[in-house]
Design a protein around this ligand. Structure first.
Ligand code: NAP
Ligand code: MG
Length: 462
């Protein structure tokens, strides 16, 4: 695609208020592939005004009409699937197949799910002598990260529009091109002007201006816990609803009765996919003492097979950060059994898939979100210890349990302080609520639960 040199505001591409630009870099070869405008508070203000002006009309549009436009948006994403995949490959460094199936494929499923939901949803319910109206919250400020750059946009914009809200999106500075492509798709569908608006820019400038804007009724943020805390505090002071999808440090608990080889192989793939840049990745593998050595051997062999095929991490800063964590793991006494801090290539922001054994639960690499292809294998003596380790971080986003029977795995999963658990390798469900316990966030995305985030309730008594 050709990058736009303006902002998408009020149904058209308009010149940015300022002249600063952001260079978009391909993380595979470090080449600048495009420039996009760096938005200012002025651009955000114009976008919020456009969204406010469009809100009453869009909120009053019959849900079936909104649903039809979202179905058309889904079709646009289908028609642009190859271009989306190519764009994510160019700006995130994602391998082609993963870009096709996940980065382009999942947003199609999510947009489709909201077209269906909006068509069938009942925006009224009866409770005794009351009629409860479910009404759109208003103007949504959406701030998204780069790791699943289109998915995270669609997971906010599709339910918001389906609910009757209007949106201003500030995508990550590293992946603005797929966001521009999304705006092109919205434009092509013919949504009313101002229903969706895009301002590219830097987090502390455009992002902060959006989070602080008085004309925004709800802020939905996905990204780091540090920025999430700041956005939550701002929303709290303004008494504004906020949805936060933050970091994770999920546990992959392999119980002694499990199929060890399968659990380890799927577990390694889960961490290495997307170069480890998945907030819900199972970055801690918990293995019983009797099976520990076998698990370490299986994991190191599985990781070694990936080489540089996983693609790079997103930028030089993330590469340095991930390497810093690998060095910290070594310094704290963990043992490298695959990979290490050296880069597999001279150019590009690559990290060798890395596996640590002899990791104890208190080590930095077992506590902090690394956001790179780095797995820690931790030993437990019994189930209670496994549970204490699994629950022993500030996060609670995801996890996995493997056991000989589903019932045994489910019994363990019930005791985990986390928002979602995959049982014996259960697959991703785009309709299931996604979100965190503890410092992994507030609120849920996807499916009917994600839809509810964009609705207010009003009760009429008779
Ligand atoms: P981040 O700074 O939290 O970025 C997320 C989004 O928030 C981006 O659009 C960012 O803009 C914006 N932002 C940054 N500062 C802001 C502010 N003060 N006010 C409003 N918006 C702001 O995350 P990052 O720097 O890209 O990555 C750092 C770490 O966050 C990663 O290593 C990883 O641990 C974690 N992370 C987690 C997730 C997740 O899905 N849970 C996703 C990405 C990153 P810019 O793009 O301009 O920074
Ligand atoms: Mg940042």
């Amino acid at each position: 695609m050709t990058a736009h040199d303006g902002m998408y505001i009020g149904g058209a591409w308009r010149p940015a208020a300022g002249t600063d630009t952001i260079a978009v870099v391909n993380p595979v070869d470090e080449q600048v592939i495009a420039q996009v405008p760096a938005g200012t508070a002025e651009d955000i203000d114009a976008a919020v005004r456009a969204a406010r002006a469009a809100f009453p009309g869009w909120a009053a549009t019959p849900p079936a009409e909104r649903a039809a436009l979202i179905a058309a948006l889904r079709d646009q994403l289908v028609a642009r699937k190859d271009e989306i995949a190519r764009t994510v490959t160019a700006e995130l460094g994602s391998p082609e197949q993963f870009a096709q199936f996940v980065h382009a494929g999942v947003p199609i499923a999510v947009a489709g799910s909201y077209a269906e939901l909006a068509a069938s949803f009942t925006f009224e319910e009866r409770i005794g002598n009351s009629r409860v109206l479910l009404e759109p919250v208003g103007v949504v400020g959406a701030i998204t990260p780069w790791n699943y750059p289109l998915h995270q946009v669609v997971a906010k914009v599709a339910p918001a529009l389906a609910a009757g809200c209007t949106v201003v999106l500030k995508p990550a500075e590293d992946t603005p091109l797929v966001a521009q492509l999304f705006a092109e798709a919205v434009h092509e569908v013919g949504f009313p002007a101002g229903v969706f608006n895009l301002v590219t820019g830097l987090g502390p400038v455009a992002g902060q201006a959006l989070a602080e804007h008085e004309g925004v009724d709800l802020v939905s943020f996905t990204g780091s816990t540090a920025v999430g805390q700041q956005i939550g505090a701002t929303a709290g002071a303004a008494i504004k609803p906020v949805a936060l999808e933050l970091g994770g440090k999920s546990a992959n608990v392999i119980l002694p009765s499990a199929d060890l080889a399968k659990a380890v192989n799927v577990g390694v793939a889960n961490v290495m996919n997307n170069s480890g840049q998945t907030c819900s990745a199972w970055t801690r593998m918990l293995v019983h003492a009797d099976q520990y050595d076998d698990a370490v051997q299986l994991a190191s062999a599985a990781a070694a097979k990936y080489g540089d095929r996983i693609g790079p991490v997103v930028n030089a800063k993330q590469q340095a950060r991930v390497r810093g964590y690998i060095e910290k793991g070594i310094a704290e006494g963990a043992k490298i059994v695959a990979g290490g801090p050296e880069s597999p290539r001279e150019k590009g922001y690559f990290i060798t898939p890395t596996v640590f054994a002899e990791v104890t639960p208190d080590m930095t690499i077992a506590q902090e979100e690394i956001f790179g292809p780095v797995l820690s294998i931790i030993k437990y003596a019994d189930e209670d210890e496994a549970l204490a380790i699994a629950n022993g971080t500030v996060y609670g986003l995801a996890g996995a349990v493997w056991a000989g029977t589903e019932e045994e795995a489910v019994a363990f999963a019930r005791r985990m302080d986390t928002g979602q658990v995959d049982i014996n390798g259960g697959s991703f469900n785009p309709l299931a609520p996604f979100g965190g316990y503890k410092k992994s966030g507030v609120g849920r995305e996807l499916g009917a639960h994600g839809f509810a985030e964009y609705l207010h309730t009003k009760s009429l008594q008779f």
